[in-house]
Ligand binder design. Structure first.
Ligand code: ATP
Ligand code: ZN
Ligand code: ZN
Length: 811
C-alpha cells in the first residue's frame, strides 16, 4: 500500500505529495486525512495523507520508497472535505498546501504534545495474558508512548491493530497537562438485595458507607463523581476507597470536557413571535434550507432590527433537517451574552470556539465536533474549519468585519472559504450586517447573493437621534475639554435620570506618541520606521511591531527641552476627565489593560448590566453586539481619527464604526441619542452615518473606488519583500516584478516595486508590488509561475516574500 503525503516543509519545492510505503503493521490505522510521521531527508517530519493507492504511480519501484513511521491519531483529524478545501486554499491564496491544512487543526495537534496510550474497558485479564504491554496498561490505565517504545520494543508494532480493534485509545497531553479532563466516578457493584444485606451488617460508625449505599439503593444505575459525593453527601475519598477494596463499588476515571460555561445555568428560551419583516426574510432562507441546495443571502438590517433571531431560526430549521450549522462572529463580539443566546436555544448541541479558550479547552470543543456530539458551532474566523460532515448552513454575522481576514499565511478570508464550503455541501450561506462590506453589497445588487433588507428596528423603536458636534467650533468657544458642551450636557442629564451610557474612543490610527513641543521631535523605534507608543502604567515608550522599549525621557534627545511628552487620548485619560467633570460618576473602563485577565471582559459587562456603572467606556471592544436596555446615550469622542489612514477602506471603516456605536443606544423602551464629535463634520461618511443612510454612503463610496481604482472595481494583490540589505531586497522585488510585467494583461496595473509605507520592521527593509486587475483570469497561475522564478533567484539570498490576495492591510 502506498500513501501520498504532504510534509510539513512550507516551501514551494516541497509543495506536492510524496509517496511512502505503508508497512503492514500500520495499515489498520492509516486513512486519507491521517496525520503521520515520515522520514524526509535526514529528518523526521509530520505529514498528512492526501491519498492512498495500491501501487505507485509512474511505475516507481515500491521497494525504493521509504516507510511511513507512525500514524498519529486513532481517527484522522481531517475529513475528506477539509482536505479538498485545503487544496483549494493553497491555490487560491498561494500558500503551501500543508500550511492550509495546519490552519484547520487545533494547536494541540500541531505542537509537540506527548502521546499517551489509554486502556479501554474492553481490555480484560484474559486478553492481556500474552502481552506485557497490555498487562501493564490494564494495571496503570495510561502509559506515555515514548516509554512504551523503550520498554516493549517487540510489541510496538502491534499497537495500531489494538487501536483498530478498540482495545486501546491514544490521546495527547499539552505540556504537563492532560488534554482530556478526567474525573473519578463511583458506581455500585452490588445488587439491591446485596446492598440491603450489607447495610444490615454495617457497624454504627460506618456512617459514610451507609449514606453511599442508601444513595445507590435509590439510584442503582447511576454513578456519582467523587466531588459530588464529598460536596453533597459528605462522603470522603477514603471511605469510598475502602468500599472499593471490599468490592462493593468501583471508582472509574471518566473523561469530561472542560466546559468554560460549566458553572452557568441556561434557561431554555422561547423564541419571540416574529415580526412581519422577519417572516418575510425568513421565508426564502427556510425554503433554501428545505431544498438542501446551495443558496446565498445578504441580510442587510439596521442595528436592532432582529437579525440574530433570524439566524437562530435558520439554524433551527437546519438542525431539523438533520444537518449542521456554523455561526461565525467577529472575535470581539463573541461575548458571553452572544453565547448565552445560543446555549439557551440549542443547549448542549453547541460548541464554542474562540481565542480566549485555553488550548485544552479548544481541543475539547473541537473533538465534540469531530465526534458528532454537537450540531452547532459558534466561533470566530477559524471556526469556518469546523470538521462537520454535513454542513447545511453557514451564518456570517457582521460580515463586513476585517477580522474575518487572516493576516498571516494562509491569508484567507473566512467569507470566501464559507462560500466555497456552502457550494461544496449544497448549503445555505447567510451573511448579515447593518453595514455590509462594499464588495458584498455590490455582488448582492448584481444578484450574486439574494439581498434581504430589514430597514426598521423591532417594535418600531426609532433609530437613535444623531447629533454631530464640530470640535473646531468648541475650540473657538474656548472649550478645550475633550467633551463638547452638548455631550457634557447629555451626560449630566443621563446621570440625573439614572440611565446608562456608552462612551467610545476611536483608537484606530490613533496612538499616544511622544513628541517634543519645542522642536517637534518624535520618539521613533530604532528598528522600525514608526513612532513609539507611550505606556502610562510604567512610563515607557514601546514599539508595537518589534517590542523595542525605552524609558520616557525627561529631556528631548534633540534639543534638550523638558517639554517632551505624550500626545493622544487614552481611555485612562477620558476616565480621569469624567471623574473630574462629574464627581461620583461610576465608570466601567474596558480596554486592553482592564480585560487582559481571563474572564474579566465578562465580569465588567455583567457589572454594567447590573447597573453598577453609569458609563461603559471603551475602545473598539464595546462597539459591537452589546444589548443593554438602559443605555440611552452613545458618545463618540473622536470620530475621524480613523479617517486619515493610508487605507482605501478608511471611509468605509469610519462609517461602519459610527453606525455600530450608534446602534448601542435606545434599543429597548427608552429612546436614545448619539453624539458624534468630529473635526470633519462635512465628510460624507459622517453625514451618511448621521442619517442612517447606508445606500447613500454606498453610492458615494463606490464613486470614490471607481475613481481611484480600488475594490470592488479592481481586485488587488499585494506582494511584500523584506531583507536586511536594501540593494538585495530591491533586486528581489525587481526579479518578480519584471517577470509579472512581461506577462500581465494590458488592463492590469502593476505598481512598484516601491518602499512599503512602513519601510522597515525589525531591521528588515520592506518593498512592495501592488497588482490591480479586472480581467486577469489566471492570476493565481501567473503568480505561481512568478514565485517559482523568484525562488530560483532567491536560493542564496533569503529575501522573505509574502503574497496577500485581496489584502486588507496595505502597510
Ligand atoms: N420578533 C421579535 N419580537 C420581540 N423582540 C424581538 C424580536 N426580534 C428581536 N427582538 C429583540 O430585539 C432586540 C434586537 O434584536 P437582535 O439582537 O436580533 O437585532 P440585531 O439586528 O441582531 O442587532 P445588532 O445588529 O445591533 O446586534 C433584541 O433584544 C431581541 O431580543
Ligand atoms: Zn526637542
Ligand atoms: Zn520596532
Amino acid at each position: 500500500m502506498i500513501a501520498h503525503i504532504i510534509v510539513d516543509v512550507p516551501v514551494s519545492r516541497t509543495n506536492r505529495p510524496f509517496d511512502y510505503r505503508v508497512p503492514a503493521w500500520l495499515s489498520p490505522l492509516i486513512q486519507v486525512g491521517s496525520r503521520v510521521v515520515v522520514p524526509f531527508g535526514p529528518r523526521k517530519l509530520q505529514g498528512y495523507v492526501v491519498g492512498i493507492s495500491e501501487n505507485t504511480e509512474h511505475g516507481v519501484d515500491e521497494d525504493r520508497l521509504k516507510d511511513v513511521e507512525q500514524v498519529m491519531d486513532d481517527t484522522p483529524p481531517l475529513t475528506a472535505e477539509l482536505l479538498k478545501m485545503s487544496e483549494w486554499m493553497s491555490g487560491q491564496y498561494l500558500c503551501p498546501w500543508v500550511t492550509a491544512v495546519q490552519a484547520m487543526l487545533p494547536a494541540v495537534l500541531k505542537g509537540k504534545a506527548q502521546k499517551w496510550l489509554t486502556a479501554s474497558d474492553q481490555l480484560d485479564e484474559r486478553i492481556c495474558a500474552n502481552s506485557g504491554l497490555l498487562w501493564e496498561l490494564l494495571r496503570k490505565r495510561q502509559l506515555p508512548l515514548a516509554e512504551v517504545e523503550k520498554q516493549f520494543p517487540d510489541e510496538y508494532m502491534l499497537i495500531p491493530g489494538w487501536i483498530h480493534s478498540g482495545l486501546i485509545t491514544t490521546e495527547y497531553q499539552v505540556k504537563d497537562r492532560i488534554t482530556k479532563k478526567q474525573q473519578s466516578f463511583v458506581k455500585c457493584l452490588l445488587s439491591p438485595e446485596q446492598m440491603m444485606e450489607v447495610l444490615g451488617s454495617l457497624s454504627a460508625r460506618a456512617d459514610q458507607m451507609r449514606r453511599v449505599l442508601e444513595l445507590f439503593l435509590q439510584h442503582p444505575a447511576d454513578s456519582f463523581s467523587i466531588q459530588t459525593m464529598r460536596d453533597e453527601f459528605g462522603v470522603n475519598r477514603s471511605a469510598l476507597k475502602s468500599m472499593e477494596a471490599k468490592g462493593w463499588v468501583a471508582i472509574e476515571q471518566v473523561e469530561v470536557y472542560r466546559d468554560p460555561y460549566a458553572n452557568r445555568r441556561f434557561v431554555e428560551r422561547k423564541k419571540p413571535a416574529f415580526t412581519l419583516r422577519q417572516q418575510e426574510v425568513l421565508a426564502p432562507i427556510i425554503r433554501s434550507i428545505q431544498e438542501s441546495s446551495y443558496a446565498s443571502f445578504l441580510l442587510h438590517g439596521v442595528t436592532g432590527s432582529g437579525k440574530t433571531e433570524v439566524y437562530l431560526e435558520a439554524i433551527e430549521h437546519t438542525l431539523a433537517k438533520g444537518r449542521e450549522a456554523i455561526f461565525l462572529v467577529p472575535e470581539i463580539s463573541l461575548t458571553p451574552q452572544m453565547v448565552e443566546r445560543f446555549k439557551e436555544r440549542f443547549g448542549a448541541d453547541v460548541a464554542v470556539l474562540h481565542s480566549a479558550l485555553s488550548q485544552g479547552e479548544r481541543y475539547d470543543e473541537w473533538r465534540k465536533i469531530i465526534r458528532k456530539q454537537v450540531k452547532v458551532v459558534v466561533g470566530a474566523r477559524s471556526a469556518i474549519f469546523a470538521p462537520f460532515q454535513n454542513v447545511g448552513l453557514i451564518v456570517i454575522d457582521e460580515e463586513h468585519e476585517s477580522s474575518y481576514k487572516q493576516e498571516e499565511t494562509p491569508r484567507y478570508h473566512a467569507r470566501e472559504v464559507a462560500l466555497w464550503r456552502a457550494k461544496e455541501n449544497g448549503a445555505v450561506l447567510l451573511m448579515g450586517s447593518a453595514t455590509p462590506a462594499l464588495e458584498t453589497y455590490a455582488l448582492a445588487t448584481r444578484g450574486r447573493y439574494t439581498l434581504l433588507e430589514m430597514p426598521d428596528r423591532v417594535g418600531h423603536r426609532p433609530m437613535p437621534q444623531v447629533h454631530v458636534v464640530d470640535m473646531r467650533e468648541e475650540l473657538h468657544a474656548e472649550n478645550r475639554s475633550m467633551f463638547s458642551r452638548l455631550l457634557h450636557e447629555m451626560i449630566a442629564d443621563r446621570l440625573k435620570k439614572q440611565e446608562q451610557m456608552v462612551i467610545f474612543l476611536n483608537r484606530r490610527g490613533f496612538s499616544t506618541f511622544v513628541m517634543c513641543r519645542s522642536c517637534g521631535y518624535t520618539l521613533n523605534c530604532i528598528h522600525c520606521d514608526i513612532s513609539l507608543t507611550y505606556h502610562k502604567s510604567n512610563h515607557t515608550a514601546r514599539c508595537h511591531y518589534c517590542g523595542y522599549t525605552i524609558a520616557q525621557p525627561a529631556h528631548c534627545p534633540e534639543c534638550q527641552s523638558e517639554h517632551i511628552r505624550f500626545f493622544g487620548t487614552g481611555t485612562q485619560k477620558v476616565e480621569a476627565e469624567l471623574a473630574k467633570l462629574f464627581p461620583g460618576i461610576r465608570v466601567i473602563r474596558m480596554d486592553v489593560d482592564t480585560t487582559s485577565r481571563k474572564g474579566s471582559h465578562e465580569e465588567l459587562l455583567s457589572k454594567f448590566r447590573q447597573g453598577q456603572g453609569d458609563v461603559l467606556l471603551g475602545t473598539q471592544m464595546i462597539a459591537k453586539g452589546l444589548d443593554f436596555p438602559r443605555v440611552t446615550l452613545a458618545g463618540i469622542i473622536a470620530a475621524d481619527t480613523s479617517l486619515h489612514l493610508p487605507d482605501f477602506r478608511a471611509a468605509e471603516k469610519t462609517f461602519q464604526l459610527l453606525t455600530q456605536v450608534g446602534g448601542r443606544a435606545g434599543r429597548h423602551e427608552l429612546e436614545g441619542d448619539v453624539v458624534i464629535q468630529t473635526y470633519t463634520p462635512e465628510h460624507y461618511s459622517i453625514i451618511h452615518a448621521t442619517r442612517h443612510d447606508y445606500p447613500a454612503f454606498y453610492q458615494d463610496e463606490m464613486l470614490q473606488r471607481r475613481r481611484t481604482g480600488y475594490p470592488p472595481y479592481y481586485r488587488l494583490v499585494l506582494i511584500t519583500f523584506s531583507h536586511e540589505d536594501v540593494p538585495v531586497v530591491i533586486r528581489g522585488a525587481h526579479v518578480l516584478g519584471d517577470f509579472l510585467r512581461q506577462r500581465v494583461a494590458s488592463t492590469t496595473i502593476l505598481l512598484g516595486p516601491v518602499a512599503s509605507p512602513i519601510a522597515r520592521v525589525k531591521d528588515r527593509f520592506r518593498f512592495q508590488i501592488m497588482l490591480k486587475y479586472r480581467d486577469e483570469p489566471n492570476v493565481t497561475e501567473l503568480l505561481t509561475q512568478a514565485t517559482a522564478a523568484f525562488e530560483e533567484w532567491n536560493k542564496q539570498q533569503k529575501v522573505l516574500m509574502t503574497i496577500d490576495v485581496d489584502p486588507y492591510v496595505l502597510l
